[in-house]
Design a protein around this ligand. Structure first.
Ligand code: GUN
Ligand code: ZN
Length: 672
């Protein structure tokens, strides 16, 4: 049974809870590396002063010195360290690599057994550390031996959680192979190993590729640990790739050479006039005072600074995940160093994978950080859904309008919108041409169309992406006439992508060219477009004509959708999306709702959901590979009869993998 549970998601990142024998910790988290004998900062202070939940130490070092070994065996590693929280132990892999120790220095089974005997909460196998540049054959051999040892280690773990490290150097296929093989074994955590030299050489892009190659093939319910990633400037990006655990010896190593860790890079004390941060050390000391200290006093003080800063950045990462803002944080951090920027670009090559894990309908705003914002997961998904799901592909006239600025865009286009509201989709389509691409009028209120904040001047890459999206959509639509309201904004330049377009300077002239008002019912168009956008479902005109809406008295916007007297959908103001009621769920099923949006429960759990309880991951019998977290889904019993509707909190594969946590938060059920 897995010990990990997801509470929130953002990109591939998760806010999680990891249960250990010494308490439950919140992830992503950073473990300071502590030395059993000579930790200048007592491990207890790691928790009480700096707020670390968990520490990591080295079982090989403990076992090599009689005084540590005997005490650890007698009293346990927690007592040896004087730390009451969870303790992870490493195996000596890294010492074997750094000191080039003989093969038989450590027995792979003995060292796992030893970790269990000293009461480690999470032990680590004796994997073989591959130097990044040794060539494929050697890495293949290292992976082979690591997997062999992994296979015999799990039998030794007892009640201890066990970490099975993914090696594979810079060969994505070897990383993938190692991850697939380790997935089949009884591990609780999967570190990505071999990253220390890459960190030291600023080869962050290689780390990104290694993590993604492994991550795609690891079971989602096992936390991923990025071994040896102790620099805070990389935490946000690594977390966005799905790393849950981190360890840091850097806080001490950097302090020994007068270097200060910062979330934006490394500062060398001898190049500073003032201390550059807000931690208690920097607030209370000065460069001159630090320089006057002895070397060891100075290292101690800098170590404390490094610990404060690293803990703060990891908290910032957790806050960003909770707010759905980790992409922005990682994008900002990527500006700290060109190597981080390169890593961010390497990640962007896999943005489709990240998007699939990113929860839909997260209402947070998307703030422009640079051209990458055009491929922010929420933006990417919006433009992809418009391109593939927007239901109206044939019209007499398309009117293109570059919005002037703040949403809602309709506020500065009143007369045009009024006219469009009174024409059918066969007469007129109205497309707002924005920096994220086309926003059809019917979907203007759908997240993130309203929530994207761009500067009023745009870089050429952002404009080029918006242009390509516009062109692709236009090419998929049959029209007789294209009218473009020219306005003094950067997206106005994109009219060159519309074949046969007529540019018109004034709104009243556009109106003169448009089809006359008819008797169309505007919200029927909106509903058709919304249902298509959300579920890829094409409602029949006759189905839509049976629906009716109630608008909000204060805003005039659609709030509720009824079928006869029955409430079928509510429109969520913050996301512009629909949530179905129980009858709404039935309506969707009757209209042919794709199985992607079905979650099938086991018998007993289905009865609970029918009474209004949430659907627990543990009891999910089937969910689609393509189901994203955040979607509105129908919950079915084993007989495929609907028992409830609600919001998916996990992806389909996560629902099947996890044995803890909620899969679908039930909104409405059969008997409630
Ligand atoms: N510490 C830093 N890197 C590694 C690694 O790849 N494996 C293990 N076991 N420990 C490490
Ligand atoms: Zn400081």
């Amino acid at each position: 049974m897995s010990h990990f549970e997801i509470r929130a998601k953002d990109g591939l990142a998760r806010l999680g809870l990891l249960r250990t024998a010494h308490g439950t910790v919140r992830t992503p988290l950073l473990m300071p590396v502590v030395h059993p004998g000579k930790s200048e900062i007592p491990p207890a202070e790691m928790a009480s002063v700096f707020g670390y939940q968990m520490v990591i130490t080295n079982s090989y070092i403990i076992r090599s010195r009689a005084k540590f070994r005997d005490r650890a065996l007698e009293e346990g590693v927690h007592s040896l360290l004087g730390f009451s929280g969870p303790v992870m132990t490493d195996s000596g892999t890294f010492q074997m690599y750094v000191h080039d120790l003989p093969e038989d220095e450590i027995d792979p089974i003995d060292i796992v057994r030893f970790q269990r005997e000293i009461g480690s909460d999470i032990g680590t196998i004796l994997d073989v550390f591959s130097d990044p540049d040794v060539g494929r054959q050697r890495v293949e051999e290292d992976v082979r031996v690591s997997l062999e040892r992994a296979a015999v280690s799990t039998a030794e773990k007892g009640d201890m959680l066990l970490a099975g490290t993914v090696q594979g150097g810079s060969y994505p296929d070897l990383r993938a192979h190692a991850a697939r093989e380790l997935s089949k074994m009884d591990f609780d955590v999967h570190p990505v190993g071999g990253a220390v030299p890459l960190m030291e050489q600023y080869r962050y892009a290689d780390i990104v590729r290694a993590v993604l190659a492994a991550k795609q093939h690891l079971p989602p319910d096992r936390p991923v640990h990025l071994f040896g990633c102790g620099h805070p400037m990389f935490f946000a990006q690594a977390a966005l790739l799905g790393c849950d655990l981190f360890d840091s010896a850097s806080y001490a190593k950097f302090a020994d050479t007068d270097r200060m860790l910062l979330p934006t890079g490394t500062a060398h004390l001898d190049e500073l006039r003032e201390l550059p941060c807000e931690c208690p050390v920097c607030a209370g000391d000065s460069v001159d005072m630090l320089m006057a200290y002895s070397k060891s006093e100075r290292a101690y003080v800098l170590m404390r600074h490094n610990l404060y800063v690293s803990a703060a950045e990891m908290r910032r990462v957790r806050v960003a995940i909770a707010e759905g803002k980790l992409f922005e944080l990682a994008a900002m951090r990527a500006r700290a160093h060109p190597a981080l920027y390169e890593a961010f670009q390497a990640m962007m090559e896999h943005i489709d994978l990240i998007e699939r894990h990113d929860p839909v309908a997260n209402p947070s705003s998307v703030l422009f950080t640079g051209a990458e914002t055009t491929r922010h997961p929420a933006v990417l998904r919006f433009s992809h859904r418009v391109a593939t799901r927007y239901p109206f592909r044939r019209a007499r006239t398309i009117v293109f309008v570059p919005p002037l600025g703040d949403p809602p865009f309709a506020d500065t286009t009143g007369p045009l919108v009024d006219r469009v509201r009174e024409t059918s989709q066969d007469d007129t389509l109205l497309f707002f041409v924005t920096p994220i691409g086309v926003v059809p009028w019917e979907l203007e209120h759908v997240h993130p169309a309203q929530q994207c904040v761009f500067p009023s001047s745009l870089d050429s890459e952002t404009l080029a992406v918006a242009g390509r999206r516009l062109q692709a959509l236009v090419n998929s639509i049959e029209y007789e006439e294209a009218l473009w309201l020219s306005r003094p904004v950067p997206t106005d330049r994109l009219s060159e992508h519309v074949p046969g377009v007529t540019r018109i300077d004034s709104m009243s002239s556009v109106l003169d060219h448009m089809p006359p008002a008819g008797s169309a019912v505007y919200w029927q168009r909106k509903l058709t477009a919304l249902v298509a956008f959300q579920w890829g479902l094409q409602l029949d005109a006759s189905d839509v004509s049976r629906l009716d809406v109630r608008t909000s008295r204060s805003t005039g916007k659609v709030r509720h959708v009824l079928s006869g007297d029955e409430l079928v959908f509510t429109l969520v103001p913050t996301t512009g999306l629909l949530t179905p009621t129980y009858s709404g769920g039935q309506l969707l099923i009757d209209a042919g709702l794709d199985e992607v949006y079905h979650v099938v429960m086991e018998e007993e759990a289905a009865e609970y959901v029918a009474k209004g309880r949430s659907a627990l991951a543990k009891f999910v019998a089937w969910a689609s590979d393509d189901l994203r977290a955040g979607e509105e889904v129908v919950v079915l019993g084993p007989d495929r009869q609907m028992v409830g509707v609600g919001r998916a909190l996990l992806t389909g594969p996560e629902m099947l993998a996890f044995s803890r946590g909620v899969a679908v938060q039930t909104r409405h059920s059969k008997r409630s």
